[in-house]
Design a protein around this ligand. Structure first.
Ligand SMILES: [Zn+2]
Length: 196
C-alpha cells in the first residue's frame, strides 16, 4: 500500500483496513497449520493418508476442521482406513480395492449436517469391510426382518448401502430422540460392530 494513499485514509477506513489485515493474518496462521490439522484428523479416524484433490487449502481446512470436531462426537471404535479424499463432489463415496485398501471421499461443502451424515455413512462402509459385518449370523438374522424404509430410502439400494445407512442412523445425534430406535436385536448387531 502506498504511503501517499494511506495519508488520505480517514481514521475509520484505517481501522477497517487494520481489521482486514488482522483477519488475513489469522487466516495465514490457519493455512500454515493445514498439515498439522491433517495429522490430527488422521489420528482421530485411524487413517493413513489425506488428499485434498484440487480443493483450495482454505476450503479443505474448513472441511477437515469440521471432520475433526465431528469425530469427537463419535464413540465407536474406528477401524483402519487408508485414505480420506476431500473433493469437489456433491456427495460422499466409498472406495474399496483388493486387500486392505479403503478410501472415503467427502464433499467440499459448508453444509455441516450433510458432511456429518456423509462421514458416518462412509465410515459405515469401512466398518463393514474391516469387520466382515455382513458375513455374520447376526446380520443374516437381522436382515430378514429389517425395514429398510424405516431407515432411509437409500437403505433399500442394496445390502452394502443398508449397512452403511444403519451405521449413519444409529450414530446420528437424533437417534432415540427424533429418530426412533432400531429393533433391539438390530441395534445390538450394529453396536457389536461399532463398539467391539
Ligand atoms: Zn454408500
Amino acid at each position: 500500500m502506498k504511503s501517499t494513499y494511506l495519508t488520505k485514509l480517514t481514521k475509520t477506513v484505517l481501522m477497517i483496513t487494520m481489521g482486514m489485515l488482522l483477519s488475513v493474518n489469522a487466516w495465514a496462521q490457519d493455512t500454515k497449520s493445514l498439515s498439522g490439522l491433517e495429522e490430527e484428523v488422521k489420528k482421530a479416524l485411524n487413517c493413513s493418508f489425506i488428499t485434498t484433490d484440487g480443493v483450495p487449502d482454505n476450503e479443505a481446512y474448513q472441511v477437515l476442521d469440521f471432520i475433526l470436531r465431528d469425530s469427537k462426537t463419535f464413540t465407536f471404535n474406528l477401524p483402519y482406513l487408508r485414505k480420506i479424499i476431500i473433493s469437489n463432489t456433491v456427495k460422499g463415496e466409498y472406495t474399496e480395492n483388493a486387500g486392505q485398501f479403503t478410501g472415503i471421499t467427502l464433499p467440499n461443502t459448508r453444509d455441516e449436517k450433510f458432511l456429518d451424515y456423509c462421514l458416518r455413512h462412509e465410515m459405515g462402509h469401512v466398518i463393514d469391510h474391516a469387520k466382515n459385518a455382513r458375513e455374520s449370523n447376526e446380520w443374516t438374522a437381522a436382515r430378514k426382518h429389517v425395514e429398510t424404509k424405516s431407515i432411509s430410502t437409500y437403505a433399500g439400494t442394496n445390502d452394502q448401502e443398508l449397512f452403511a445407512e444403519m451405521v449413519a442412523y444409529r450414530t446420528a445425534k437424533e437417534y432415540g430422540k427424533s429418530l426412533s430406535p432400531l429393533p433391539n436385536d438390530i441395534e445390538k448387531m450394529i453396536d457389536k460392530y461399532l463398539y467391539n
